[in-house]
Design a protein around this ligand. Structure first.
Ligand code: MLT
Ligand code: MN
Ligand code: ZN
Length: 310
C-alpha cells in the first residue's frame, strides 16, 4: 500500500493566512526550522496508479499540482483519483470537493451524518449536482452500528473499515454539542496481499480500549497531531477553546488522561505518524524540545509530500 500525505496541517494550514503567532510569523520570516503545511488530506493506492483520497482539503488544487502521482495521464481530461472517503464533515476535510468539479462524477464514501451535513448546513453536494455530480456510497456507521467493512470499486486488494470514534461534528452541524455515531470515523485499510494495515484518524478526541485495540492491530498509524497541549490555543491567546472542546486528544496528557504520546507508546506499529498539525503546535518547529521528545519516542510528524510504503 502506498500512502501519500497531500496535506499535514489542520484547519487554516501553516502558516495560517491571518496568524502572527510565534510559529506562523517565525515560519514566514524564515526564522524557524519549520515547513509550511497545507490542510490535511492523504491519498492511498495499492498500485501507485489509482488513488483514493481520504478527505478533500480546500488546498486540493495545490496538492494535486504538487504531486505528479495525481496528474492526468491519458486523454485530454483525466484523473487517477477514483474515489473520496470522508472522515467527517469539517470544512478542512470536505470543501476540496468543490475543487474537483471540473472532473468526472465523484464516487463519495461517507456516513449518513456526514451526507446530511453536506446536503443541509453546508450543502456542497447539492451545489456539485450542477457540476460534476457525486455518487454517494453510504458507509453504514449510524445508530448502533459502529463499524462497517467496505470495498471501493477498482481497489479490490484493499479492504476498508470505517470505525465510529469519539470526535466532534463541525461547528455548523446540529450535532456539534452532542456527537452522534457517524459524525466522525477513523479508517482501517488493509492490503489483502500482504495483510499490512493503516489506521487513519486525523481527528480523534479520545483513545479508549476499543480505539487502542484498532491502533495496536495496525502497522502504520496516521493519527491526530492537532495540539501538543490541552490549553495551547488559550495560552497563545489564539482562541478560548481547549483541545477537548475541539475534539482532539493532545499529545501531552494529564494525571486524569493519557495523551497521544502515551497512547502511541502503548502500540507496536512500525510507523507512528502525527498528522493534522495545528499552526499553534510547537512540534512544527523541528528544533523544539517537544519535537525532540517525539523523536525520542520514535514518533514522526507528517509533512506535505511524505510518502509511506507499507
Ligand atoms: C478541527 O479539526 O478542529 C479543524 O481543523 C477546525 C477548522 O477546520 O477550523
Ligand atoms: Mn480539522
Ligand atoms: Zn499561528
Amino acid at each position: 500500500m502506498k500512502i501519500l500525505v497531500l496535506g499535514s496541517g489542520a484547519g487554516g494550514g501553516f502558516p495560517q493566512w491571518n496568524c502572527n503567532c510565534r510559529l506562523c510569523a517565525g515560519q514566514r520570516q524564515g526564522e524557524l526550522a519549520a515547513h509550511a503545511r497545507t490542510q490535511s488530506s492523504v491519498a492511498v493506492s495499492a498500485d501507485g496508479e489509482s488513488w483514493v483520497l481520504l478527505n478533500a482539503s480546500p488546498d486540493i488544487g495545490q496538492q494535486i499540482r504538487n504531486h505528479p502521482q495525481l496528474h492526468p495521464r491519458q486523454g485530454l481530461r483525466d484523473t487517477p483519483i477514483k474515489a473520496v472517503v470522508l472522515m467527517d464533515a469539517q470544512i478542512d476535510h470536505v470543501s476540496g470537493l468543490l475543487g474537483l468539479r471540473e472532473g468526472p462524477c465523484v464516487d463519495l464514501y461517507a456516513t449518513p451524518c456526514v451526507f446530511e451535513d453536506l446536503t443541509t448546513g453546508l450543502p456542497l453536494l447539492n451545489v456539485l449536482q450542477h457540476y460534476c455530480g457525486t455518487r454517494w456510497h453510504m458507509l453504514p456507521v449510524a445508530g448502533h452500528q459502529t463499524r462497517a467493512d467496505f470495498e471501493i470499486d477498482g481497489f479490490a486488494s484493499l479492504r476498508f473499515t470505517a470505525l465510529a470514534i469519539p470526535g466532534k461534528a463541525p461547528p455548523y452541524s446540529p450535532h456539534r454539542r452532542e456527537q452522534v455515531v457517524g459524525d466522525n470515523i477513523a479508517l482501517l485499510i488493509e492490503d489483502l496481499y500482504d495483510r499490512r494495515r493503516l489506521f487513519y484518524s486525523p481527528g480523534l478526541a479520545e483513545v479508549g480500549p476499543q480505539e487502542l485495540q484498532w491502533m495496536c492491530d495496525a502497522d502504520c498509524l496516521l493519527v491526530d497531531g492537532t495540539f501538543w497541549e490541552e490549553e495551547e490555543m488559550q495560552r497563545a491567546g489564539l482562541s478560548g477553546k481547549t483541545a477537548t472542546e475541539m475534539g482532539h486528544l493532545p499529545q501531552i496528557g494529564s494525571a486524569a488522561r493519557a495523551g497521544m504520546v502515551d497512547v502511541l507508546q502503548a502500540t507496536t506499529a512500525r510507523r507512528k505518524v502525527l498528522i493534522h498539525i495545528n499552526n499553534s503546535n510547537p512540534i512544527l518547529d523541528e528544533a523544539s524540545a517537544p519535537r525532540r521528545l517525539l523523536d525520542a519516542h520514535g514518533i514522526e510528524v507528517a509533512y506535505d509530500g511524505m510518502e509511506i510504503t507499507l
